[in-house]
Each structure stands twice: as structure tokens, then as C-alpha cells.
Design a protein around this ligand. Structure first.
Ligand SMILES: C[S@@+](CC[C@H](N)C(=O)[O-])C[C@H]1O[C@@H](n2cnc3c(N)ncnc32)[C@H](O)[C@@H]1O
Ligand code: SF4
Length: 377
């Protein structure tokens, strides 16, 4: 039996945040019902009872924006078509502006056991500037209700390097989350994506970003503060209490296989990376015409070499890095034989270090991760 993860993409949002370029649509609510039916059709079409599902991740967009009955229907379809582990980690992304105690209770009753809540900052002025649909009070209420209905495994997304953000905002946000005993915290460095409202606001000098030195200061501050409070820094942007490390994401970084369902979702199966087309109207049309195969774009059929390169890049995202023995077991080769030149260069530039048979990023490597990846492209 093959062990896999499943990702389901729900590309609907109430309002587009100014910084976001994820595939998500506003004012297309008329398509929700049809879209969910098509996602279920796709799940049926790719059914495999020899696939043992260890994790499910329902992401978006905003899965909590659509009626919970749709999420329940998708989960039931997965259960009918795959062998779902009784202890599977089942995560769902949630925007605090879209959840009620009733909907949270419904999610918990249908088997979702991990929530990933988008907060970004506890500063209401920043939330407004980002175009978020909620304030900090609503977030607090969401967490309170989530706990009252039974959720324990909760992630909160935060962002650093935001326009007009200062170190005190970062400090306040993290202290609030630590005090609330949130067991998993993501700290994302803002990426200014092309063609977003935020890019325009910056170009028009309506807002100003903190400089790079300050952004790095925020990152290292966050790392120190969270580690002082017994969070494990396990991936570049992710911190968690020991038993709350996200299995789904960890498996992706370990180059394990997963199936993606829905528009714009990605899959990794049989050494092949593929994605579904983004355009929701075409995604629906192809499924309705029994031409679901037209939704799939092969991104890469991996050779052993490209698989090893990717394993290095993904592995170095993890704070524990790449275990040399695991590399040898997976590929039948010694990592130092394969990557002698690259590893020597990265060590001499103090971007990686070797510690207890693990190859990992140094402090400098964490700041300059893009330079490290380039060695393995
Ligand atoms: C799909 S959203 C989470 C769920 C929900 N849609 C929400 O926003 O509340 C994923 C997360 O990615 C992060 N993110 C999105 N765009 C980003 C960007 N341009 N730079 C850095 N982080 C970003 C945000 O922290 C966001 O919460
Ligand atoms: S950050 Fe979340 S809520 Fe905002 S537009 Fe992106 S997916 Fe939608």
C-alpha cells in the first residue's frame, strides 16, 4: 500500500487581500456548488483503494468561506475512494472573518482535527492596510470558539516585513499568540507579488516597506522569542510545539507523494510533478465533458538526478536539514560523492554546515536560502 497525502484547493475568498496572488476568486460564488461537484468527480476519477491517506490539507483561497456542508461532502468522497488512516491529520485553512461557532463545530464533527488560521498581525491598522476582512478581536473569538468546540491542533499565520510594520508589532503579535498557547505559528516574510494592489501601493509611494535589515531583524527576533517559549523551529517559516509539527507539510519537504484535487492544485506521484489548470471555468467544463485529463499539466517527469536535486532543496528547508544516511538509503549513493563540488562551495561560504550526519543551513544560510537553492537547480 502506498502512503500519500491529499491536498484540496478551494479557490474562493470573500475579498482579495492586497498582497495575495494565490489562485482565489471573489464574486464567483455562483460557481461554488458546481466546483465542489467537479472536485468530487475528480476524486472519484482518481480513486485508488491501495493508497493509504496519512494527511489531508484543505487550502485555498478560503475553505471556511464556503458552506461547511461542501467540505463535508469532499471529505466523504475522499473516504469512499481512498484508504483513510484513522489517525489522519486533517487540516483546513480558515479566515477569522468567515467562521462562526456553528461552522467550527461542524468542521470538528466532520473530522477536521487541525486548523490553520490566517491572522498576519494583531495590529488592526495593519490588517486594514493589508485588506483583511477581520480585526484582531474577531480572531480572538475564532480561537475561543475553535477551542470550545474541541480543536487543539491550531496554526496561526503571521507575516513580517509588512509596510508600516515595526518590531513592536511583531513582538506584540507573537506575545499575544504565545500567551494564547497557540501550538503552531508560521512566520512568513512578505513577498511583494507582481500585479497585486500592494505592489501598486508601494510603487505609488503610498506605503513604505521596512528595509531588508529590519526585516531580517524581525525574523531573528521571532525565532528567538518563539524558541525561548519552547517552540521548535522546524522549517524556515514554521515553529511548533513538539507534537504539533505539521505532518502534511513535513511530508512534502521529505519529497513524499501527494495528490492535489481542484483548480490550481499540485500533485507528486510516481516521480512526476503535475498541476491542475487554474482557470476554474475550464476546470469545471473539462470535468463535465468527461475530459478531466485536459485539466492536468505535467510539470516534470523526474530523472534520478532531478529528483536528487529537488530532495536537496526541499531538505534544506527543514531546520534539521538532510540526513546523509537517509539520502543514501533513498538514492543508493553517498551525498558527498554526488554533490562534492556544491557542498564544498556552500560550506566554504558558510551557508551550510554538517552536524551529526545532517547537512543544514547556517544562520547566514537561513538569511540567504535562495543562494543555496541555486546550487541545486
Ligand atoms: C491561503 S492563506 C490562509 C487562509 C486564508 N485564506 C486567510 O488568508 O486567512 C495562506 C497564508 O499565506 C501567507 N501569504 C499569502 N500571500 C503572501 C505573500 N505575498 N507573502 C507572504 N506570505 C503570504 C499568509 O500568511 C496567508 O495566511
Ligand atoms: S490571503 Fe487568504 S483570504 Fe486573503 S486573498 Fe489570499 S487566500 Fe484569500
Amino acid at each position: 500500500m502506498k502512503q500519500i497525502g491529499i491536498y484540496v484547493h478551494i479557490p474562493f475568498c470573500k475579498q482579495k487581500c492586497n498582497y495575495c496572488d494565490f489562485y482565489s476568486l471573489c464574486n464567483k460564488d455562483n460557481l461554488i456548488k458546481e466546483y465542489v461537484e467537479c472536485v468530487k468527480e475528480e476524486i472519484k476519477a482518481r480513486s485508488n483503494l491501495n493508497y493509504h491517506v496519512k494527511t489531508i490539507y484543505i487550502g485555498g483561497g478560503t475553505p471556511s468561506y464556503i458552506n461547511p456542508k461542501y467540505i463535508e461532502g469532499i471529505l466523504a468522497e475522499i473516504e469512499h475512494n481512498f484508504e483513510l488512516d484513522i489517525n489522519a491529520e486533517i487540516s483546513m485553512e480558515l479566515n477569522p472573518g468567515t467562521a462562526t461557532k456553528k461552522s467550527l463545530d461542524h468542521y470538528f464533527q466532520m473530522g477536521i482535527n487541525r486548523l490553520s488560521v490566517g491572522l498576519q498581525s494583531s495590529n488592526d491598522d495593519l490588517l486594514k492596510l493589508l485588506g483583511r476582512i477581520h480585526n484582531y478581536k474577531q480572531f480572538e473569538k475564532t480561537i475561543q470558539y475553535a477551542r470550545e468546540v474541541g480543536f487543539r491542533n491550531i496554526n496561526v499565520d503571521t507575516m513580517i516585513g509588512l509596510p508600516n510594520q515595526n518590531i513592536y508589532d511583531v513582538e506584540k503579535t507573537l506575545i499575544n499568540l504565545i500567551d494564547m498557547e497557540i501550538p503552531h505559528i508560521s512566520v512568513y516574510s512578505l513577498i511583494v507579488e507582481p500585479n497585486t494592489k500592494l505592489e501598486k501601493m508601494i510603487n505609488d509611494k503610498k506605503v513604505e516597506l521596512p528595509d531588508e535589515e529590519m526585516e531580517r531583524y524581525m525574523y531573528w527576533y521571532a525565532k528567538r522569542k518563539l524558541e525561548e517559549n519552547e517552540y521548535i523551529h522546524y522549517e524556515i517559516s514554521n515553529f511548533a510545539k513538539m507534537k504539533n509539527i505539521c505532518k502534511h507539510n513535513m511530508d512534502c519537504w521529505k519529497q513524499e507523494e501527494y495528490l492535489g484535487f481542484g483548480a490550481a492544485s499540485a500533485s507528486y506521484e510516481n516521480k512526476t510533478r503535475y498541476t491542475n489548470i487554474s482557470d476554474i471555468e475550464n476546470y469545471i467544463k473539462n470535468i463535465k465533458n468527461n475530459e478531466g485529463f485536459k485539466n492536468i499539466k505535467i510539470e516534470e517527469k523526474q530523472t534520478k538526478k532531478s529528483m536528487m536535486n529537488e530532495y536537496m532543496m526541499l531538505g534544506l528547508r527543514k531546520i534539521n536539514g538532510i540526513n546523509t544516511e537517509s539520502f543514501e538509503i533513498k538514492f543508493g549513493k553517498n551525498v558527498f560523492d554526488v554533490y562534492n563540488k556544491q557542498l564544498s562551495k556552500l560550506i566554504s561560504e558558510n551557508l551550510i554546515r554538517i552536524n551529526n550526519d545532517n547537512i543544514r543551513l547556517t544562520k547566514k544560510g537561513l538569511d540567504l536560502a535562495n543562494l543555496v537553492w541555486e546550487e541545486f537547480v
